[in-house]
Design a protein around this ligand. Structure first.
Ligand code: X5A
Ligand code: ZN
Length: 686
């Protein structure tokens, strides 16, 4: 279905009007500059003017009482008129909290800002948005402030959305580095709110030090299965660990859940340089996380600020989130893509704990690992350090001092210049060359093609002298080349080309890519097609999804054949995309993707469109789709996926054919040494 457009930004500097008035080393990181510097950076990148400004309001008492008791509300209210001495005394009743005379007013604005965002999205005024608020909310509970949080903004928003809009399924994604135990408590028995949180845990040695933050807290009563905790037992988790948790835990479950709205407890203390989190995820990681969530709930994503205490890291990450909500192309994610042992261990444990509740996990082995013996753990860690540049705990310990914070500042300064930032963004238009009537395609995507006939003939004859003589083939090549050329020259981001000779066209296109200087092209072929390609140098990764059994074994790691049985209408291609294709693609890190749709395709229109949507996180969103036969439905659907006007609707989820599932599992076991993002269990680690 088509979706609303536009991104709301909700911010009011009144929420900077409270601060810590006394000495408290635990609370002194929660400062007004957190909001000021985030907003400044949004202005700097000209993102503020691209968003729709929505004013804040106060949350009402009734709204606050959707989650909190009236007694607690009265306590918070009473702090307005207190002197410093009294404020200190109230603060001491709670864990890691300070009050200021303006706290109550700001906490009401934070709730109201969050509800304004939900209203803007639910009314269709915008598609998505972000609220920059203080105080944060996810630790606060029915009767208690906790961890800088006063009212639970996101939990209130979920209750409000259920009540006001009759929603039946809301997904809360809490990517803050702390466990939002406040949210967990509110929805523990509620199957209509799926709560996902990853958090620094260190076997319960990290604040808030709770047993119930572990992976085996799956929810209670009717809510069993609707609470997903991914506890990180080491510091130093980074881009690949976070993405692995998305691929192997959150996304399969979320696609099965089919949320109607997504609320993000959007804390950035899980980012690099943060003194609380001590993790290593770089700002562009948040662009990718945001992008994946945008493929669910018809794009209705509301991000609400929680933590984040390294000002530069925080503000760059906020910008990445907003930029992605605005549908700019995604920056390439940096670093080697391989989750660390400890991360995979946590992922395996959550998957095992949730096996009874989700069809996507039904074939999982049911063995949570309790604790790997220290010895085997050390051996495996040693192996890991040799084979991967993944930051180890040792490298990041000690980032709390200000020297280290400044180092991160400098690192980010140059890092952000290297990635796709700042403006201007590449135009996100698509180039389409197709026999399908222009008026049947999304308006924004038609681009005139311009390719000098002589120039083309020269190119083609260098490739294959015979081809120049064949009128029809020449025309096909021309289509493909015209679109590809625009992508390579960054005049457009992506495109579709019809070609009657897809295989020749693709070979030709690939050659053109390398002449242009690309290093790695991911080529996904759907259907039966023989491509004569030299795959040894790793410049092409060929993935063939087809029905016919591939008899001849290929011995190149750059040729992967996925034997997939047609399952149109059964909607279980998710397993293959999330559990296999995306992890391999992220491990490979291509500069461009070519998706070729040949004859006898084993995937339906929706599956192909979903694949197209999800792959846009790679290669700065550069995708060329080559379609062999003119199929109006397919061209339309892929065009919509590329232009971001809609995500394919899959309806309810059905379990995978066991055969399909086993195929994925077999391939994963076979290939996880090469393509490390496939790892979701520690068996066969070495
Ligand atoms: C919202 C948030 C952290 C509290 C840490 C207390 N709170 N040590 O990030
Ligand atoms: Zn936090």
């Amino acid at each position: 279905p088509a979706m609303a457009s536009g991104t709301a930004l909700i911010y009011d500097d009144e929420m900077t009007s409270y601060k810590l008035l006394w000495d408290d080393p635990e609370c002194d990181i929660e400062v007004p500059e957190r909001l000021l510097s985030s907003y400044e950076q949004l202005k700097h990148y000209h993102l503020v003017e691209r968003c729709i400004h929505v004013p804040v309001r106060e949350g009402t008492e009734e709204e606050i009482m959707l989650v909190h008791s009236s007694e607690y509300l009265e306590v918070v209210k009473s702090t307005q008129t207190m002197n410093e001495e009294e404020l200190r005394r109230v603060s001491e009743n709670y864990d890691a909290v300070y009050f200021h005379p303006n706290t109550y007013r700001c906490a009401k604005l934070a709730v109201g800002a969050t509800l304004q965002l939900v209203d803007s999205v639910m009314s269709g005024k915008v598609c998505n948005g972000m609220a920059l608020v203080r105080p944060p909310g996810h630790h606060s509970q029915r009767n208690a402030a906790n961890g800088f949080c006063v009212f639970n903004n996101v939990a209130i928003a979920a209750q409000y959305a259920k009540r006001r809009y009759g929603l039946q399924r809301i997904l809360i994604v809490d990517w803050d580095v702390h466990h939002g135990q406040g949210i967990q408590y509110v929805f523990e028995e509620d199957p209509s709110v799926l709560y996902y949180s990853w958090h620094r845990y260190e076997h319960q040695q990290f604040w808030p030090l709770l047993r119930e933050s572990d992976y085996d807290a799956v929810g209670q009563g009717k809510g069993k299965g609707f609470n997903l905790n991914v506890p990180w037992n080491k510091v130093g988790m980074g881009n690949s660990d976070y993405l692995a948790a998305f691929f192997h835990v959150l996304l399969p479950v979320a696609f099965e859940f089919v949320p109607e709205l997504i609320l993000v407890s959007s804390g950035y203390d899980s980012g690099i340089g943060d003194p609380e989190g001590q993790m290593t995820a770089t700002p562009e990681c948040f662009a990718h996380l945001t992008h994946f969530l945008m493929q669910l709930a018809n794009g209705r994503v509301c991000a609400v600020l929680e933590g984040g205490y390294h000002l530069k890291s925080l503000s760059e990450s906020v910008c990445m989130t907003v930029k992605t909500l605005l549908r700019d192309p995604l920056p390439q994610i940096s670093g080697e893509m391989a989750p660390c042992l400890s991360a995979v261990e946590s992922i395996q444990n959550v998957r095992a704990a949730h096996k009874p509740y989700w069809k996507c996990l039904m074939y999982e082995e049911a063995t949570p690992l309790h604790n790997l013996s220290t010895k085997s753990q050390q051996m495996m860690e040693a192996e890991l350090i040799q084979t991967s540049t993944h930051p180890t705990a040792k490298q990041v310990v000690g980032t709390t001092n200000s020297d280290e914070a400044i180092k991160t500042d400098r690192f980010l300064e140059s890092h952000m210049k290297k990635i796709l930032f700042p403006v201007p963004p590449v135009k996100t238009a698509s180039a389409i060359v197709s026999k399908v009537d222009a008026h049947l395609l999304p308006i924004s995507v038609q681009v005139e093609m311009e390719m000098n006939a002589q120039e083309l003939k020269t190119l083609v004859s260098a490739f294959d002298a015979e081809l120049v003589k064949e009128e029809k083939a020449l025309l096909s090549l021309q289509n493909v080349l015209a679109v590809l050329d625009k992508i390579l020259k960054k005049k457009v981001c992506n495109g579709i080309a019809e070609s009657s000779v897809a295989s020749v066209s693709t070979t030709f296109a690939l050659k053109h890519c390398f002449d242009f200087g690309l290093q790695r092209v991911l080529c996904i072929v759907v259907g039966d097609m023989d491509l004569e390609l030299d795959l040894d140098d790793g410049k092409i990764l060929l993935m063939n999804i087809c029905q016919k059994q591939q008899t001849e074994k290929t011995n190149s790691k750059y040729h992967i054949s996925l034997n997939w049985k047609e399952d149109a209408g059964r909607n279980n291609f998710f397993c293959a995309v999330l559990g296999f294709i995306l992890p391999v693609a992220y491990s490979y890190q291509p500069d461009l993707m070519i998706i070729v749709i040949g004859p006898n395709r084993s995937l339906g229109v929706n599956a192909i469109s979903l694949l197209t949507c999800l792959l846009q996180g790679l290669a700065e969103s550069r995708i060329l789709v080559v379609i062999q036969d003119t199929e109006i439905k397919l061209v339309q659907s892929v065009a919509k996926a590329l232009s971001g006007v809609s995500t394919p609707d899959f309806g309810a989820y059905a379990p995978a054919f066991q055969e399909n599932f086993l195929e994925i599992k077999r391939l994963r076991d076979q290939l996880q040494q090469e393509w490390k993002m496939l790892r979701c269990s520690v068996k066969d680690w070495i």
